[in-house]
Design a protein around this ligand. Structure first.
Ligand code: 3UK
Length: 535
């Protein structure tokens, strides 16, 4: 048995069997990790030891902490966890909070104390929390005081959850202040689990994705290390929750890895985000395609000259959104596709290698190919599913669905693409979202992309609905800009517009106007909800 710092072996014991794991590859020099690795030590203690103590680290409402301040608070909370709450390495700690500096402290303190963080979205209700607590056998919770209600509702049915501490209020700050600011990080193995991220899946029992201390550092080496290339003077900001690996990387791990600073603000709508970019003079922004789309109409009211790099992920970035943002700000978006199973982004393009319409190329450290149902590679230009391997990959916590995500050592992410002869990947759709109409395969995002180019269209979502003659037909749900009317004439106009700008069989035979699209907390269009509306 290899070394582990985990005394509580539950997560290690519930890893998938070895023959169901993806193959992991660590070919690049920056991906050679030592056997012992603690992500909090590597991201925070190392920064302080190397002279960053006085540099700005975390900024929030009324808060400006240096790396030294952050380290003190993390150490104090690690002491509370281990001395007052009885945490032993390997215990699962539920984290429930909005994006705030204190929530960042919670993440780092759990890692430092050797715990396994189980992040949950702020909007989750008792029923979902209960599910996570059961599945991950969670014994400890750090919950933002203002979000305690749903957790309290879940508690009577969760006897395993014995230690709950509320954070963010005065009592909490007081409690921490009584603790020493010294704490030596638990000497975790690089392959000790550090977090379980539940997928933002839309149906069925949620799947817990296990990621190791090494995976946290691998995403830093790959995403900022070889793609985004931030500097220590950068100031990060954005909307994805820290409970979502997109936000955990973009708004906490990457800024610390770069010795830069991060602005953590809760409930950032696009107007609030653009205002905060101006106020805090941030330089790097992480948000969803709709975030950029909505902000592009507001740019002229703000001074956001400080902004240098913009990352979009979570769903397909329509060319029209990319162009509108470019026109408004001069910035070509960094588009990247990532996933909870892989932890972060693995295929992307930066402004310097962006090719019109393409998502990009596989990032250094990963390998990818497009395959058919039999795992055979498809020819250039043909549609296939992405098969991926690299330093990180899928490990579901005790879940039979492991074998549908991992085949022959490859992660099958569930997305389809085609590739050109230069190796650029062009995104189509999720396998489940491909619409088959009269024998033609149509990707919803492609039709959405066309519709968005029409000046009347603010947002839209395209799904397949059952049709007796054609199997399925395309139905577009459209949010119009103010001043436009969703009448029959507009339906005809939009249908004609698609026919003119794409193959005619891709035009939506049904169009419905709605006031807003259903989206997840992570900015993803909820296609299943559109299907329910259509039915
Ligand atoms: C879709 C995209 C087109 C795609 C995520 C960055 O989104 C993240 O994780 P999830 O597990 O969903 C993964 C799925 O979302 N998707 C994400 N990005 C793009 N589709 N273009 C994109 N740029 O279907 C993917 O399989 O919620 C994103 C970092 C960490 C993440 N967890």
């Amino acid at each position: 048995m290899s070394y582990t710092a985990h005394i509580d072996r539950f997560v290690r014991d519930n890893l998938p069997p070895i023959d169901q794991l993806p193959e992991f590859i660590f070919e690049l020099p920056q991906l050679q990790f030592p056997d012992r690795l603690n992500a909090a030590k590597a991201l925070l203690d190392k920064a302080v030891a190397e002279g960053a103590a006085g540099r700005p680290a975390v900024i929030g409402k009324g808060i400006r902490w240096t790396y030294g301040d952050l380290q003190n608070k993390v150490n104090q909370l690690a002491r509370v966890l281990t001395e007052d709450m009885g945490l032993v390495p390997g215990n699962r700690v539920l984290l429930r909070g909005a994006n705030t500096p204190w929530f960042a402290v919670c993440w780092l303190a759990v890692w430092k104390a050797g715990g396994v963080a189980v992040s949950t979205m702020p909007l989750l209700r008792a029923k979902e929390l209960k599910q996570f607590i059961r599945l991950a056998r969670i014994s400890h919770a750090l919950c933002e005081a203002s979000l305690a209600e749903e957790l309290n509702l879940a508690r009577p049915e969760c006897p395993e959850l014995t230690q709950v501490m509320l954070f963010g209020d005065d009592a909490f700050v007081e409690k921490l202040s009584l603790k020493s600011t010294e704490f030596t990080a638990v000497d975790t193995a690089a392959d000790d689990p550090a977090l379980i991220a539940f997928t933002s899946g839309t149906t069925g029992v949620p799947k817990g994705c296990i990621h190791l201390h090494r995976d946290v550092m691998a995403m830093c080496e790959v995403v900022p290390g070889s793609w985004l290339k931030p500097s220590a003077d950068d100031i990060f900001i954005g909307t994805p929750p820290l409970a979502f690996t997109f936000g955990l990387g973009g708004l906490l791990c990457f800024p610390l890895w770069a010795r830069a600073s991060t602005v953590l603000l809760e409930k950032l709508t696009p107007p609030a985000l653009i205002e905060a970019i101006e106020q805090y003079r941030t330089t790097i922004c992480f948000t969803s395609p709709t975030g950029y789309r909505q902000m592009s109409g507001l740019v002229s009211n703000y001074n956001i000259q400080s902004l240098k790099k913009c990352v979009s992920a979570g769903e397909a970035l329509p060319v029209d959104t990319r162009n509108k943002w470019k026109e408004a700000t001069g910035i070509q978006i960094h588009d990247g596709i990532g996933g909870t199973e892989v932890i972060h982004i693995y295929l992307a393009s930066g402004p310097e290698n962006y090719r019109e319409g393409a998502l990009g190329k596989i990032l250094p450290g990963y390998r990818g190919m497009l395959v058919d149902e039999d795992m055979q590679t498809v020819a250039v230009g043909q549609t296939g599913k992405l098969a991926l391997k690299g330093p990180t990959g899928c490990r579901y916590l005790a879940d039979e669905r492991q074998t549908s995500f991992v085949r022959d050592g490859w992660n099958i992410t569930g997305d389809t693409y085609h590739q050109d002869s230069d190796g650029y990947f062009y995104y189509h759709a999720r396998v489940d979202d491909i619409i088959v109409t009269s024998g033609y395969n149509v990707a919803g995002p492609e039709v959405e992309s066309v519709l968005l180019e029409h000046p009347a269209v603010s947002e839209c979502g395209v799904i397949g609905v059952p049709d007796p003659d054609r199997g399925q037909i395309l139905k577009a749900f459209v949010v119009l800009h103010p001043g436009h009317h969703g009448d029959d004439a507009m339906v005809k106009t939009l249908q004609e517009f698609v026919k003119q700008n794409a193959a005619p069989y891709k035009y939506p035979r049904a169009v419905q106007f709605i006031s807003a699209l259903p989206r997840t907390e992570t900015g993803k269009l909820q296609r299943f909800k559109l299907k329910a509306i259509a039915a």
